[in-house]
Design a binder for this molecule. Structure first.
Ligand SMILES: NC(=O)c1ccc[n+]([C@@H]2O[C@H](COP(=O)([O-])OP(=O)(O)OC[C@H]3O[C@@H](n4cnc5c(N)ncnc54)[C@H](O)[C@@H]3O)[C@@H](O)[C@H]2O)c1
Ligand SMILES: [Zn+2]
Length: 523
């Protein structure tokens, strides 16, 4: 309310030469009375029913500009219908602006409830609005806003990066999410007051695509930058590679006040991050993640480390980056299987913390798999927000809060280990583990059958596996025994209390684990 939907909508329609539909007007016409009268006679519930009917009606036709009330998208069926019909635009404005405008208009029944209630409503709706296809600043005058939307519909990518703040340690650090960030990293760093020499750590695969543009951008911003390529692959996430990085840093004469840039997937991020945490007892780190997994998970949260022959991530540190630049444009060259594996972690965030994110994935999956940059930016930013919130509450994993991020990982890790890390990508194993965890949640009476199937469906549509390969269940349980998520001989599982709410339990009988693994085969 007060964002200017009708005014902007009308002007946009005029620019595009399309019909304009005001959903409120449709509702009033059908009801034969003004909206305040509907609220007075039928209450908000009655209004929402009429609104849903109006959405169903208008969403059937394409090629129009529709202005909806701010509450319309809060209903799952409305949102799905509107997303299926076209592009969703959010006219973003601060609450204060909205209140002022709404007061001036003086026709809004919801506002009658008071400013505190309006603030609550704003907080409630924000997570849904944030997942619109196009977000524009609505504090401008209506013509400028309409022009902005028109440009963005034409595919002009002038949307600035989204910034997610990770409030840990002495100072919060920003995660920039957007397209074309690698070419602008030098400027971003300079703007944040970063100075010094730097060592860019990458691998030949990623370096071939993004090494040159990144080095040029650093040079253009005045940084003396050198690059070192480490070999590609998890097998090289080890101390020998860390040593290679230390030597390159010495050769480039990097000192304590200088910094590393990790350009690549989680492997580069983890080992370069570990080298940054330990070189000269620690230099600053900038993460430039280029896989979906690294953008939504590995680059945020400060965990860095390397593997030993005895196991994964056995040596490491907490070393928060100065800045993360997640360039979703880089995801265009990522092999599809890697993209899909990264999506498993995004689905995980939806499952444990945000039903709206899950709904967004359900509605926009095809566009995401087609790598539409605005969609990728939405899911990366939202995932980082969720991870940032969890990490901020439990920076060094001492409170157990960070544990919810391990949804699907108890069995996922065991499957990875048992299959020798060759058969499944991490995200694929996690997908299987999430289905196990969902089924266990259902057995405990905490998750409905429908919710289980919803999760299974989105995983399948993404192309992820949902059942374990025929494997030795006893062996799997033995691997789980050794996993660090076992305390006092009991398995700790992250389960769901409905979509969007996670909890940790050690009350899962091991016979149940066997049962669900079998159940998954026939789902
Ligand atoms: N630190 C953490 O909190 C954390 C969290 C999750 C995972 N991890 C770690 O992350 C690692 C896995 O990361 P990953 O899945 O990114 O794998 P990865 O780093 O091995 O990258 C996968 C492959 O994609 C290539 N690649 C990367 N970006 C590309 C691009 N834009 N275009 C084309 N190819 C590209 C890589 O060279 C590699 O071959 C594991 O070692 C895991 O332990 C760490
Ligand atoms: Zn994971």
């Amino acid at each position: 309310m007060g964002a200017g939907k009708s005014t902007v909508g009308r002007r946009l329609a005029a620019r595009l030469g399309r019909p304009f539909v005001d959903l409120d007007a449709v509702i009033e016409e059908t009801a034969g009375m003004p909206i305040p009268a509907i609220f007075a006679r039928e209450g908000e519930a009655g209004f929402r029913e009429r609104e849903a009917a109006a959405v169903r009606a208008v969403a059937q036709r394409k090629g129009q500009v529709i202005a909806t009330g701010g509450g319309a998208v809060m209903r799952r069926d409305n949102l799905a219908a509107l997303r299926a019909a076209g592009t969703l635009v959010w006219l973003r404005a601060p609450l204060e602006t909205l209140l002022e405008r709404a007061k001036a208009e003086g026709r809004r029944p919801l506002l009658a409830a008071g400013e505190a209630a309006a603030a609550r409503l704003y907080d409630e709706r924000l997570p849904v609005y944030a997942l619109a296809d196009v977000v524009v600043d609505a504090t401008d005058d209506p013509d400028a806003v309409a022009a902005q939307i028109e440009q963005r519909l034409a595919g002009v990518p002038d949307e600035g990066p989204t910034v997610v703040s990770v409030p840990v340690g002495a100072a919060a650090y920003p995660v920039y999410v957007g397209a074309g960030l690698l070419q602008r990293l030098g400027q971003l760093l300079a703007d944040r007051g970063v100075t010094g020499r730097c060592l860019v750590v990458t691998n030949p695969t990623v370096g071939a695509y993004y090494g040159e543009p990144l080095m040029q951008s650093l040079a253009a911003a005045g940084f003396a930058a050198r690059r070192v390529d480490i070999p590609d692959g998890e097998a090289h996430k080890n101390l020998a590679t860390a040593e290679q990085i230390y030597r390159a840093a010495l050769a480039a004469r990097l000192e304590r006040r200088d910094f590393f840039v990790a350009l690549g997937g989680g492997v580069v991020g983890d080992v370069a991050g570990f080298a940054a945490a330990t070189y000269l007892r620690g230099v600053a780190l900038v993460q430039a993640p280029t896989t979906l997994l690294a953008q939504v998970d590995a680059s945020v949260g400060g965990k860095v480390g390397v593997n030993l022959a005895e196991g994964k991530n056995l040596v490491g540190a907490f070393h928060q980056p100065r800045l993360v630049a997640a360039d979703v444009g880089a995801l265009r060259t990522l092999p599809r299987r890697e993209l899909v594996a990264g999506l498993a972690e995004v689905i995980k965030y939806g499952a444990i913390a945000d039903p709206h994110l899950l709904a967004f994935l359900e509605d926009r999956l095809e566009g995401i798999l087609d790598r539409r940059l605005s969609l990728l930016a939405r899911i990366v930013a939202r995932s980082c927000e969720i991870k940032a919130r969890v990490v901020a509450a439990d920076e060094k994993e001492t409170q157990g809060l960070r544990e919810v991020l391990n949804f699907g990982h108890t069995i996922g890790h065991a499957i990875e280990a048992l299959t020798g890390y060759g058969q499944f990508l991490h995200g694929e194993a996690v997908a299987i583990g999430m289905v196990s965890a969902a089924l266990l949640s259902h057995r405990l009476g905490r998750l409905s059958q429908d919710a289980v199937l919803r999760l299974v469906q989105i995983l399948r549509r993404a192309g992820l596996p949902t059942a374990p390969p025929p494997l030795d269940t006893e062996g799997l349980l033995a691997v789980m025994q050794r996993d660090k998520k076992v305390r006092d001989g009991r398995w700790r599982f992250v389960l769901l209390d409905g979509i969007g709410q996670a909890f940790v339990t050690d009350e899962v009988p091991w016979q149940w684990i066997k049962d669900v693994l079998a159940e998954q085969q026939v789902l």
